[in-house]
Design a protein around this ligand. Structure first.
Ligand SMILES: C[S@@+](CC[C@H](N)C(=O)[O-])C[C@H]1O[C@@H](n2cnc3c(N)ncnc32)[C@H](O)[C@@H]1O
Length: 225
């Protein structure tokens, strides 16, 4: 039987977070579900990007999925921006919505990421509003962008617009939590892009609320000609 190359990384990431002694409640925003991470892994495998940027790391499950794919593609580097908060109640985003998805101090951002994947990873600490334009200017052109930081309309639209400008033709822009605001649909709609979605089951305190909610989406930048 062929072994799935993503599976061992996913297990290691989960073990690393469990070893921190955190409760399910403290990690529920980060661990997501393995189907979503698997979808991200497959997307990065297929897109085979060289330069990848993500915003929103938390414990680093999405980073682990991306880095595993880069490792198996044998190319690419991931730059990840995150601004952790020490407030146990999280923070209020610019839409006035409380966001409780953050690492629990003093545990570090990206704690889940297996050691042997870190060579291809650069963490950029800070607010994406400041750090994303700076990083994009430094990198020039990027091949893959994944948003999972502040899910306010303003922040999502700002990140999509900035990343799109720097995205190479054929590059991929993906976003988590696309149902929080209308930013992703609007961004794709005005450009005539057809998003592809990753569905997810939604749970509240382990009770299934809805199946196949459109949760993550991605669009590809058209190539000229
Ligand atoms: C949903 S979590 C990320 C989960 C992660 N992508 C995963 O799949 O495991 C959101 C993260 O965004 C970070 N964040 C929130 N607002 C931010 C901002 N303005 N700039 C940078 N990071 C931010 C939080 O610290 C938190 O770690």
């Amino acid at each position: 039987m062929r072994t799935d190359p993503f599976e061992p990384r996913w297990l290691t990431a989960n073990q690393r977070v469990r070893a921190l002694g955190l409760t399910d409640e403290q990690t529920r925003w980060s661990s997501g579900d393995s189907r979503l991470s698997r979808g991200l892994y497959d997307l990065v495998r297929a897109a085979a990007p060289s330069v990848v940027v993500e915003t929103g790391v938390c414990y680093g499950f999405s980073s682990t999925a991306i880095l595993s794919a880069l490792e198996h593609n044998r190319k690419g580097h991931l730059w990840s921006i995150d601004l952790p908060t020490l407030d146990p109640n999280g923070r209020i985003n610019s839409d006035g919505v409380r966001d409780t998805s953050h690492v629990v101090a003093p545990v570090g951002v990206g704690a889940a990421i297996p050691e042997d994947l870190r060579e291809r990873w650069t963490l950029v600490p800070g607010d994406s509003e400041v750090e994303l334009p700076r990083l994009l200017a430094q990198l020039g052109e990027i091949d893959f962008f994944f948003h999972d930081a502040e899910h306010s309309y303003r922040a999502m639209m700002r990140e999509f617009t900035l990343a799109w400008e720097r995205l190479a033709p054929g590059g991929v822009l993906a976003s988590d939590d696309i149902t929080w605001t209308r930013a992703f649909q609007e961004f794709a709609g005005v450009r005539g892009l057809r998003p592809v979605y990753f569905p997810k089951a939604l749970y509240l305190q382990r009770k299934l609320l809805r199946r196949n909610v459109l949760y993550r989406g991605w669009v590809r930048k058209p190539s000229p000609g």
